[in-house]
Write a protein that binds this ligand. Structure first.
Ligand code: CIZ
Ligand code: SF4
Length: 303
């Protein structure tokens, strides 16, 4: 492992490459990265004009690498494992979204960034879990088609009861493995701990949470809170980040099942392989990229 790490450090200098890792990747991958973040943070980093590297190795799932590629077309984006997909992103398809849109003329298609570039391209605007409520509230349309996450969509709908929100039936299998009975057990073991939950969770988890927020918002909340113990209702990779950043605080997972298998497909060996051979280049067809970029830019303007 030390040998692989040393080789990666050397090659990334030689090849002028930046290594990005999502907080759901393994601790080994996170520790090899130049920057660790959530999907929006990583996209912003890859598009950041002050980043001098012209290659990005994106350790995450495919839609995230795609987003990085379409936001920084002048850079080359590689992913260590091409088959690291996101089942939730794959639950929505562009044709289906267009059909639904035609059934509801006048509705705005609001698409969570956890989606394919093709679906973003047929959307009016993108949102993240951090800004979804805010953006849907600001949109002039009263009717909203929310794609693809029905859990985040239902959470948004509950905050904005005066809008009609049509939910696409997608969900995150990883967050949906977090069950209320598991949460009750962990809370009974750690009654002082605050429950932090990602809005991709089922409603019965969100109903028990002390704080609901995106990955970045949970990280900030945990750092700033006076509390010393937290139960994290999200993907368990986040615990490595939280423990590293807050060594004096305690973090408990709800269940060992809250693991995104696709994120874990990024291994140091595969990372080294793409650095060495420059394989697994992620590209987005130009028309799709231009339209998807517009939906993301609208989000950045409104948030
Ligand atoms: O579930 C995911 O994939 C999330 C929450 C990603 C992210 O970084 O927002
Ligand atoms: Fe997709 Fe869920 Fe994995 Fe995130 S945690 S990449 S939404 S399957």
């Amino acid at each position: 492992m030390a040998e692989i790490a040393a080789r990666i450090q050397q090659l990334k200098q030689e090849k002028n490459a930046l290594i990005l890792a999502h907080v759901y990747t393994t601790p080994e991958i996170q520790d090899l990265a130049d920057f660790v973040g959530d999907s929006l943070g990583l996209s912003r980093k890859s598009a950041d004009a002050s980043v001098r590297q012209d290659k990005i190795i994106f350790c995450g799932v495919y839609f995230m690498a795609e987003t990085a590629a379409l936001l920084s077309p002048q850079k080359k984006v590689f992913i260590p494992e091409l088959n690291a997909g996101c089942p939730m992103a794959d639950m929505a398809d562009a044709d289906g979204v267009v059909k639904l849109k035609n059934m509801h003329p006048g509705a705005a298609v609001v698409t969570y960034v956890n989606s394919t570039a093709a679906v973003k391209a047929v959307s009016d605007i993108c949102v993240t879990s951090a800004n979804a409520v805010d953006i849907v509230r600001k949109l002039p349309q009263q009717k909203i088609i929310f794609v693809p996450d029905r859990s985040l969509g239902a959470y948004v709908a509950a905050q904005i009861p005066d809008k009609e929100i049509i939910l696409w039936p997608g969900f995150c299998p990883t967050h949906h493995r977090i069950l209320a009975e598991f949460l009750a057990r962990v809370k009974a073991e750690h009654p002082q701990a605050l429950i932090l939950a990602h809005p991709e969770n089922n409603k019965n988890i969100l109903d028990r949470a002390d704080f609901i927020g995106s990955t970045g918002q949970m990280q900030r909340y945990a750092a700033e809170s006076a509390a010393k113990e937290f139960i994290i209702a999200s993907e368990n990779g986040l615990l490595h980040r939280l423990r590293t950043d807050n060594p004096a605080k305690k973090f408990y997972p709800v269940t060992p099942l809250a693991v995104c298998p696709n994120m874990k497909k990024n291994t140091p060996e595969k990372l080294l392989n793409v650095l060495e051979n420059e394989t697994n280049l992620v590209t987005v067809e130009q028309l799709t990229a231009d339209k998807a970029r517009q939906a993301i830019q609208k989000m950045l303007e409104l948030s």
